[in-house]
Design a protein around this ligand. Sequence first.
Ligand SMILES: O=C(O)c1ccccc1NCC(=O)[C@H](O)[C@H](O)COP(=O)(O)O
Length: 273
Amino acid sequence: MTILDKIIAQKRLEIAAAKSEKKQSALEKEPFFLRKTNSLVSALQHTEIPGIIAEFKRQSPSKGIINDQVTAEFVTAGYKEAGAKALSVLTDSMFFGGSFDDFQRARAANPEIPMLRKDFMVDPYQLFEAKALGADVILLIAACLSPTEVQSLAQTAHQLGLEVLLEVHNLEELNQSLCDSIDMVGVNNRNLKTFTTSLDTSLELIEHIPEKFVKISESGLQDPITIFQLFQQGYKGFLIGETFMKTADPAAALRTLQDQLHTIANPLNTPIV
Ligand SMILES: O=C(O)c1ccccc1NCC(=O)[C@H](O)[C@H](O)COP(=O)(O)O
């Protein structure tokens, strides 16, 4: 059994418990349910420099504890201040140490920025949860879902006003799961079976992703020059967690990266309009 199989098995148990505690109809009555979405597609589409989606990630199966000394509201407010185009907050507790509470605190501290509910979505109920939490974007991981499930979950997400990021790791997943109901394609540089990361994954898959989808490179990113090269290849967004979270001040680490990206984009420091 792979770690992904274990995560999904646990997720299904948690969803069953959540459903018996709170009905979907009750989620629809939560205050955030009718809130208008902050669009990640719009935030990334016309960005002049690589758009950073900064992740709040306490721990991971590949690295164990990354940072358990900081709060979601403090870190995410700092990320926004440092220039993040969007935020990603883990809501899985068993494997990533995240929580709904983290997400809600981050949302309350940052009402205007697009926020991704980072979790393993396998059931429409989780989309209702995401909407009730105040999420703008959900992630569908091709490795955990059949193409029919991707399509159906993406359609439900759209009905709720959520944007959809489809995550793939290889050409087979891309060819099987790509459909018109998704908004963005994320290429995960991390192999979820072995946990190794290779940025070649992003470089190899870019030419196979149709023009109309906003493209995001995910995981294992830290070097500004490499990020800029991927941007020039067509990636607009960059999902980064560990590089920031492993420092004592994650927002300061993002600020440094933003400064480096600005310098690479504009070495003579003429104002970008
Ligand atoms: O990060 C892991 O170890 C992991 C293990 C199993 C499934 C998913 C995993 N990560 C989820 C992610 O997508 C990353 O948190 C995200 O892309 C940021 O990656 P990084 O910048 O390398 O923290």
